[in-house]
Ligand binder design. Structure first.
Ligand SMILES: NC(=O)c1ccc[n+]([C@@H]2O[C@H](COP(=O)([O-])OP(=O)(O)OC[C@H]3O[C@@H](n4cnc5c(N)ncnc54)[C@H](O)[C@@H]3O)[C@@H](O)[C@H]2O)c1
Length: 359
């Protein structure tokens, strides 16, 4: 059974299709779009597992980039432009299919946004994170020496196909890291989703399609709603998706490579929940529900003790969501009620974020 979630944008509406085995649906949709050529962009882990089948079905050629965040670079992008353009067979009705996790989605999406002033891109996410988050919403980017995602464009995909089959080859740690973004969606937006997660922890840890499909659909529905309200991140609604990300980003900066993104966000959500309890009136029972879920999925929860409070503070102040001398955190007044809270970065704040008691 497949589920289709529309992303109702005025100028760039598209559908996200979720199911277990979507090759025929993908093929039908690409054919209906009648592209002059199709190019699949993928990475070196996904290519041997899944690219040949997709390329054969779509009659596409394949471009493979190295796996990992380093591929979201101007150097790799330049190589991709070269491989796209060298055969001289592309025109503006060509189509890119981004087959991979968020790295491939962001890189291939940006290549599509800029090649020949913009060609169509279909996103075929192969990680849980990419299914529930990065493939929907049209944010595309590569990194720059001065920071992550600094060279980018909004370029909505022509369609998104979340085929749960791909998750069977995804390393478990990557999969569980994606569950952190699922818990984030449940905390900021969807109490029905929170109940769904609580009722099916084991099946979800095993990525059983019957349990996972409604969860992915709920996340996509939520993200589609946020994107439809705030397509280009101008109204502030899209900023709510950053729940847990301020501390999460700081940890990723302080210890590059130690945590996967979702793992860092899990620790960041624990901090944001404590801040919400102390400064936004989030009832303890609600905070504990989210904490229990993160724990049940085996996600990390504590800021490591070797981090000094001043280091965390300085790194957070380097984060881009600054407001005067302080930082704006996404906090929860209630489950599903996120809001921005401006906080001075002082000892009291840092003790809450680190999980220490009062001084
Ligand atoms: N555009 C957005 O809105 C948005 C949102 C969130 C994150 N992101 C970006 O997403 C990126 C992270 O994405 P990610 O977590 O998917 O990482 P990723 O793309 O690096 O994938 C994680 C790892 O899993 C491998 N992999 C992917 N699918 C596989 C499969 N089915 N089987 C086996 N191996 C597989 C990849 O090769 C890689 O080694 C970051 O660059 C982040 O900035 C973008």
């Amino acid at each position: 059974m497949t589920t289709t979630v529309p992303v109702p944008l005025a100028a760039n509406a598209y559908d996200v299709v979720i199911g277990n085995g979507l090759l025929a649906d993908l093929s039908q949709s690409v054919r209906a779009a009648a592209p002059s050529r199709v190019v699949v962009i993928t990475d070196a882990h996904v290519a041997p597992l899944h690219a040949e089948e997709v390329a054969r079905e779509l009659g596409a050629r394949v471009i493979t980039v190295p796996a990992g965040e380093d591929s979201k670079s101007i150097a790799t992008l330049d190589r991709v432009y070269g491989e796209l353009l060298a055969p001289r067979d592309l025109d503006r009705s060509a189509m890119i299919v981004a087959l991979g996790g968020g790295v491939v989605g962001d890189l291939a999406g940006f290549a599509a946004a800029t090649l020949l002033r913009g060609i169509r891109c279909v996103q075929v996410p192969t990680t849980l994170l990419a299914m529930v988050d990065s493939s929907v919403g049209g944010k595309t980017a590569v990194n720059h020496a001065t920071g992550k995602n600094l060279i980018g464009a909004f370029h909505q995909p022509a369609g998104v196909f979340c085929d749960l089959r791909y998750l069977h080859t995804l390393p478990q740690r990557e999969y569980v890291s994606g569950l952190a973004e699922v818990v984030k969606t449940a905390a900021i937006g969807d109490s029905g989703l929170l109940e769904l997660l609580e009722s099916d922890v084991i099946a979800l840890l095993q990525a059983q399609p019957a349990a996972l499909a409604p969860v992915v659909a709920a996340c996509v529905r939520f993200k589609a709603g946020v994107v439809a309200d705030d397509e280009r991140e101008t109204t502030g609604r899209r900023a709510m998706l950053n729940f847990g990300h301020t501390v999460g980003h700081a940890l990723e900066t302080l210890f590059p490579g130690r945590w996967l993104h979702g793992e860092a966000v899990s620790i960041g959500m624990m901090s944001a929940l404590r801040l919400s309890q102390r400064r936004a009136g989030l009832p303890d029972d609600d905070a504990h529900r989210v904490e229990r879920l993160l724990r049940a999925f085996g996600l990390p929860e504590s800021v490591p003790p070797e981090i000094e409070t001043f280091e965390l503070g300085a790194t957070i102040l380097g984060d881009k969501k600054r407001d005067g001398g302080g930082v704006r955190f996404v906090v929860l007044r209630d489950l599903g009620q996120p809001e921005l809270l401006a906080c001075a970065v002082d000892d009291a704040l840092l003790r809450i974020l680190m999980g220490y008691g009062d001084a």
